[in-house]
Design a protein around this ligand. Structure first.
Ligand code: ADQ
Length: 471
């Protein structure tokens, strides 16, 4: 099998101390795949430069080679803050009310994808497998094809895929999707998003979809498939059982003095349903006065995408809401919502999850949601907490033994909180055992192997010509 060329908007450079440091599961998994198979991780450095030069900063850390470029401020504004995060992100999360269509964003997006293509092109050798990640880089594959790259190329989309009727509100939607069909493999998180994608190519583009869900396009066969991403189970388990996690768990438990803990951990993003979650908790406190004073919601929400107005807005809204709810329910020695805007090392986070009787994961729309899986992995199997999970998270299709809720229904979530707190130990253990099995078996390494196997064309249909010989 050839080397792996991983391309994503940002690159997570492994620390000299080892890959497992403060990185997320995806970065850890991609780093370990790159170490095993050899290859390069290419993307934006996160730095700005006055004038784009295309200069590649090549580094080798912990046996992984990374190559990064700097972008101009205008690129960052139009491509990253603009088309990626003000157009595609809200649209792909069904928020056309927040979706902005600006011609400059579209031009910036194409320009930066061309810049990525120019910069990564010389790094790609003939046998390499090219794996592109996420909505920032949808047309990159077609731009590499235009430069003569005949290699196997795959795309994995970490977000949902929107229904056709929403997607058609995007100017030039067909051009964008057609550019995606230059990849050999298109991976989505769940069968739901896969169905939406296939619906679009059939209804809007009139393409033929085969029984195995591959798409016939310009004499080629494009494989579209669901690959649900998982967590690095082994790494997370180890972190959850270590001293740092134990201390974090004890510290949190001691601070609530016997009260029940509900935990939420999310990037501060409108897709995560934080406002609705706070309202639901408030409703629960109002409906169960006997519990008022006995349950605490710890919401950890590090700010993200702070340059985008809708993110500034959600931050303000949540601060107001927290103040309002705490004002109504707090006592001299008790505050019901602890709202914390910072990140924590993964081991500490694991300890917080373990301390909580309820994991409250209620996004309004989410490609997968790894927090739900981390919460399950961090529990004590002999006395596990209960996962309350939105039916609109991709992970709900796998984690069927969670208590599934409609996050828009404040009443439903409030009732479910009560049900979770009352759940007998035997039922908690039974549900947790099944959830744990799914989280353990479908971990990030499984996801990675599945994708790379299809990308490497170990399943190629003998009847179709390889891409570089196709018309
Ligand atoms: P995100 O929208 O970022 O990811 P999620 O899957 O929940 O959502 O992953 C968030 C990660 O960040 C988790 O590993 C979590 O532990 C970590 N995290 C969050 N808050 C933190 C904090 N305060 N301190 C430390 N770590 C924190 C996108 C898609 C998801 C998809 C993933 C992976 O939106 O749907 O599951 O990519 O494909």
């Amino acid at each position: 099998m050839g080397r792996l060329i991983v391309i994503s908007n940002r690159v997570s450079v492994p620390s000299a101390a080892g890959a497992a440091g403060a990185q997320g599961g995806l970065a850890v998994a991609l780093n370990s795949a790159l170490r095993q198979q050899g290859g390069i991780w290419f993307g934006w450095s996160g730095q700005e430069t006055a004038e784009f030069t295309g200069h590649l900063d090549m580094q080798r850390n912990a046996d992984v080679t990374t190559a990064t470029i700097d972008l101009e401020p205008q690129d960052v504004e139009e491509y990253y803050n603009g088309y990626a995060n003000r157009t595609l992100w809200p649209l792909f999360h069904y928020r056309i009310d927040l979706t902005e269509y600006d011609r400059n964003f579209g031009e910036g997006y194409e320009r930066v994808n061309e810049r990525f293509a120019d910069a990564v092109f010389p790094l790609i050798e003939s046998e390499d497998l090219v794996w592109v990640h996420d909505y920032h880089l949808l047309p990159l594959g077609s731009m590499l094809r235009a430069r003569g790259i005949g290699n196997r190329m795959g795309l994995f989309l970490h977000t949902p895929w929107p229904p056709t009727r929403l997607l058609t509100s995007l100017p030039f939607h067909e051009r964008l999707v057609a550019s995606m069909l230059e990849y050999d493999v298109i991976g989505l998180q769940t069968t739901e998003w896969l169905e939406s994608f296939l619906h679009y190519v059939q209804k809007e583009m009139g393409l033929k979809v085969n029984l195995d869900n591959s798409i016939e396009y310009n004499g080629r066969r494009v494989v579209a498939r669901a690959f649900p991403i998982g967590i690095d189970y082994a790494e997370f388990q180890e972190a959850a059982c270590g001293d740092v996690a134990r201390e974090a768990c004890q510290r949190l438990k001691a601070s609530v003095r016997g009260r029940k803990i509900l935990i939420g951990v999310d990037r501060l993003d409108y897709s995560k349903g934080l406002g609705e979650r706070f309202e639901s908790f408030s409703r629960f406190l109002a409906d169960h006065p006997e519990m008022a004073g006995n349950a605490v919601l710890l919401q950890i929400a590090p700010p993200s995408r702070g340059d985008v107005a809708s993110y500034q807005q959600i931050r303000e809204d949540l601060e107001r809401k927290t103040g309002h709810i705490n004002g109504a329910h707090a006592d001299v020695d008790f505050v019901p919502i602890r709202y914390v805007n910072r990140g924590y090392p993964r081991a500490e986070l694991a300890g917080f999850y373990r301390a909580a009787e309820i994991g409250l994961v209620t996004p309004l729309r989410d490609g997968m949601n790894l927090v739900a899986k981390e919460y399950v992995a961090a529990q004590d199997p002999d006395d596990p907490g209960v996962l309350i999970l939105s039916q609109f998270a991709g992970s709900a299709l796998q984690l069927k033994d969670a208590l599934l809720v409609n996050p828009h229904s404040v009443e439903h979530v409030a009732e479910t909180i009560k049900r979770a707190l009352d759940m007998p130990l035997a039922e908690r253990k039974r549900r947790h055992a099944r959830l744990l099995e799914s989280v353990r078996e479908q971990d990030v390494l499984h996801w990675l192997e599945q994708f790379v196997q299809v990308l490497a064309n170990n399943e190629r249909d003998a009847g179709m010509p390889p891409h570089d010989q196709a018309a």
